[in-house]
Design a protein around this ligand. Structure first.
Ligand SMILES: Nc1ncnc2c1ncn2[C@@H]1O[C@H](COP(=O)(O)OP(=O)(O)O)[C@@H](O)[C@H]1O
Ligand SMILES: [Mg+2]
Length: 414
């Protein structure tokens, strides 16, 4: 039975899911919030770990204090001590001013240390000291400062294995995991993947003003539940966005459509294997590579459609060949995500993982006319190619099949 507190949390933080393991994680967060115990959140990448420290902070007496989230993996090793603990003026070359550091800044509040497994071993010693004594020493100082900070840490690496390899301090591990919260992988959450699919499909439709959101057939629901989702909720969200945008004409999503996006019953294993450091099979690696290739292709196609739209909308001065941009992958992103089309932007697209609250960043102008512009663009390509569909499709940078479908959808007469 779901308690009202739990329902309330799910609503407030827009958490979708009925799985018991998820409920246990959320309930534990609520129960320990009012204490000052350190919490360690463990779970694969993309499972939604980052919402837990926020829930803990908001439900604790510290909620009037500061909440600071730090990704330990993204701070260079050379500056991490000074960022966390502060430094004295002139303590090292470049330290022009003194710096308070996050431990000082979060006094009375909560500090979320994400990717704690990435913390350098020397920094781990400093952290252990704060946890044990509430004291820390700024870089370049010899007098300890006091702070009252609640630590919540998260990791997607197997810390016991890191301890065995000498990369993580055992004493720090035990200190951190007074309370342990396990966020379950999506593949173990039963029907939740389908519920999340629906939610993300509706969100994407709203965001891009697509009249009807894509829906899974019964068979496709089974596939979504049987796929391994190595990148978890983050991957699901990106895939649903891709499908919603690229399949916006076909509202019923069948297993065949899913397959084109690399989603098959039982698929997705290799990516998880590779990620946790076990040698994946050759075939497995292929599976993942194909997914990447497919998605990159989809992004390129979208990009060139946008380029063409731009030309039609703002007039193209010449008959330039279709621009096929090179793509940059953010090193940490698991599945590429296409940023909302910005028709005035000519930069090379980068992959981007959206946050909880960036759902409303498309302007009316950009979306209201998109179909009209697309239609005009197709008409123009057909005129230019003297109704040769193959040439027109090439001009547009889309497949002949897609062109065919769009001609029908828009009722274009040739
Ligand atoms: N239960 C959920 N409901 C809705 N969105 C979720 C949920 N869990 C995760 N997400 C989405 O998945 C993405 C990844 O979550 P995040 O907390 O960054 O994962 P982690 O830190 O575990 O890698 C977030 O951008 C968020 O939008
Ligand atoms: Mg994270």
């Amino acid at each position: 039975m779901e308690t009202s507190a739990l329902q309330d949390i799910k609503q407030r933080y827009r958490i979708v899911g009925r799985d018991e393991k998820l409920d246990l994680a959320l309930n534990t967060a609520l129960q320990v919030a009012s204490t000052d115990l350190s919490v360690l959140i463990q779970g694969e990448s993309g499972v939604g770990k980052e919402i837990i420290p926020r829930i803990i902070h908001d439900a604790s007496l510290r909620r009037t204090g500061r909440y600071i989230a730090i990704n330990c993996g993204s701070i260079p090793e050379g500056t991490i001590d000074s960022e966390l603990f502060g430094h004295e003026k002139g303590s090292y070359t470049g330290a022009i001013d003194e710096r308070e550091g996050y431990f000082g800044a979060a006094d009375g509040g909560t500090l979320f240390l994400d990717e704690i497994g990435e913390l350098p071993i020397t920094t781990q010693a400093r952290l252990l000291r704060v946890l044990e004594t509430g004291e820390y020493i700024r870089v370049g100082s010899d007098t300890p400062s006091k702070t009252n900070v609640r630590i919540v840490a998260a990791t997607n690496v197997d810390l016991p294995a890191a301890i065995r390899d000498g990369r993580f301090r055992e004493d720090l591990y035990y200190r951190l995991c007074t309370i342990n919260i396990q966020m379950p992988p999506l593949r173990d959450r039963g029907i939740d993947s389908v519920l999340l699919f629906k939610m993300f499909a509706m969100e994407t439709a709203r965001k891009y003003r697509i009249p009807e959101s894509v829906r899974l057939t019964e068979e496709a629901e089974k596939v979504v539940m049987a796929y391994k989702w190595p990148g978890n909720v983050r991957q699901l969200r990106n895939v649903v966005e891709q499908i919603s945008i690229l399949e916006r004409g076909s509202v019923r999503i069948t297993p065949q459509v899913l397959e084109r996006y690399g989603i098959t019953a039982g698929g997705g294993e290799s990516f998880a294997m590779a990620r946790i450091g076990k040698a994946g099979s050759e075939g497995g690696r292929h599976d993942w590579e194909n997914q990447i290739k497919f998605l990159l292709n989809a992004v390129m196609q979208l990009r060139s459609e946008v380029e063409q739209l731009k030309n039609v909308a703002f007039g193209s001065q010449d008959d330039k060949p279709i621009h096929q941009p090179t793509l940059q992958l953010e090193s940490k992103s698991l599945v590429p995500h296409y940023e909302s089309p910005d028709l005035t932007d000519t930069r090379v697209p980068t992959m981007h993982i959206p946050d909880y609250d960036d759902a409303e960043d498309v302007t009316e102008e950009e979306t209201l006319n998109i179909e009209e512009m697309e239609k005009r663009m197709i008409v123009r390509a057909l005129q230019k190619s003297h109704n040769r569909r193959k040439v027109a499709a090439q001009l547009l940078g889309i497949s002949e099949r897609t062109l065919y479908r769009k001609i029908n959808d828009y009722g274009i007469e040739e």
